[in-house]
Design a protein around this ligand. Structure first.
Ligand code: HEC
Ligand code: HEC
Ligand code: HEC
Length: 181
C-alpha cells in the first residue's frame, strides 16, 4: 500500500515521457500511409513510442542512429539468426574534390557496423581510394552516397555531416587513415 503512489507516479512519468517525444513523429493514423479505419492499426507500435527512447537528431527520422548504436541503446542482429560474424573496417577515406566545401571524410566504421561490405563493394564503389568518379550532382541524383543518404540514412540537406573535415586540420598526405574515431 505504501509503495502504490510512488509506482503510480513513475508510470505517469514514463507515459508522459513517451508522449512528449512522440510529437516529433506522426501517429500511424495520421501518416497518410496507414488506413486509420482498419482495426489492426491498434496492434502496431507507434513510431513515437519506439523512437523517442533513442538518441535524438534534428533531421531525417529524428534519431541519431550512429550514437544510438555507440551507446548500446540498440543491438542490431548481424543476420536473421544472429550467427553471421560482422566485419568492421576501421579506415576513413578523405575526399578532397569538394571545391569551397570542407573535405568529406568517409568513415568505414560507422557504415560497417550497420552493413556488410557487399552493400557497397564493388557494385557502388570499387574498393580503392580515388577509383570512383563521385560528385555532388551524382549524389543528388541518387547515385554514390545518394543511394542511401536521403533514402535510408540521414538526408543530403545535412551537408556538414559529410563535409566534416576542415582542410587546415589535414596534415597527412595520405587519404586513408587508421583507425577511425
Ligand atoms: C557504405 C559503403 C561502404 C561499405 C559498407 C564498405 N565500403 Fe569500403 N569503401 C567505400 C568507399 C566510398 C571507399 C572509397 C572509394 C574511393 O575513394 O573512391 C571505400 C574504400 C575501400 C578500400 C580502399 C581504402 C582502404 O580503406 O584501404 C578498401 C580496401 C575497402 N573499401 C574495403 C572494404 C571492406 C573490407 C568492407 C567491409 C568490411 C567495406 N569496404 C565496406 C564504401 C564502403
Ligand atoms: C552523404 C554525404 C554528402 C552530403 C550530405 C553532402 N555531400 Fe557534397 N559531396 C559529397 C561527396 C562524396 C563529394 C565528392 C568528393 C570527392 O569526390 O572528393 C561531394 C562534393 C561536393 C562538392 C564539390 C563539387 C561537386 O559537384 O562535386 C560541393 C560543392 C558539395 N559537395 C556541396 C554540398 C552541399 C552544399 C551539401 C548540402 C546541401 C552537400 N554537399 C551534402 C558528399 C556529401
Ligand atoms: C549502402 C548505404 C550507404 C551508402 C552508399 C553510404 N552511406 Fe553513409 N551511412 C549509411 C547508414 C545506414 C549510416 C548510419 C545511419 C545514419 O547516420 O543515418 C551512415 C552514416 C554516415 C555518416 C555518419 C557518421 C557519424 O559518425 O555520424 C557519414 C559521415 C556518412 N554516412 C557519409 C557517407 C558518404 C560520404 C558516403 C559516400 C561516399 C556514404 N556515406 C555512403 C548508409 C550509407
Amino acid at each position: 500500500m505504501r509503495y502504490r503512489p510512488a509506482g503510480f507516479v513513475l508510470l505517469v512519468l514514463l507515459v508522459g515521457g513517451a508522449g512528449a517525444g512522440a510529437g516529433k513523429w506522426q501517429a500511424l493514423k495520421q501518416d497518410g500511409l496507414h488506413d486509420p479505419r482498419n482495426p489492426a492499426i491498434d496492434v502496431l507500435q507507434e513510431p513515437g513510442d519506439a523512437l523517442s527512447v533513442l538518441e535524438p537528431d534534428t533531421a531525417g527520422n529524428k534519431v541519431n542512429w550512429v550514437t544510438s548504436l555507440e551507446q548500446g541503446l540498440i543491438q542490431p542482429r548481424t543476420s536473421l539468426d544472429g550467427r553471421r560474424v560482422g566485419r568492421v573496417r576501421e579506415t576513413s577515406i578523405l575526399m578532397r574534390n569538394t571545391l569551397p566545401m570542407r573535405y568529406v571524410k568517409f568513415p568505414h566504421k560507422a557504415h560497417t557496423e550497420w552493413m556488410s561490405c557487399d552493400n557497397c563493394h564493388d557494385r557502388l564503389f570499387v574498393a580503392e581510394v580515388d577509383a570512383n568518379d563521385m560528385s555532388m550532382g551524382r549524389i543528388l541524383e541518387g547515385k554514390d552516397c545518394g543511394v542511401c543518404h536521403g533514402a535510408v540514412a540521414f538526408p543530403l540537406t545535412e551537408c556538414d555531416r559529410c563535409h566534416n573535415t576542415d582542410s587546415s586540420t589535414v596534415t597527412s598526405p595520405s587519404d586513408v587513415s587508421w583507425p577511425d574515431y
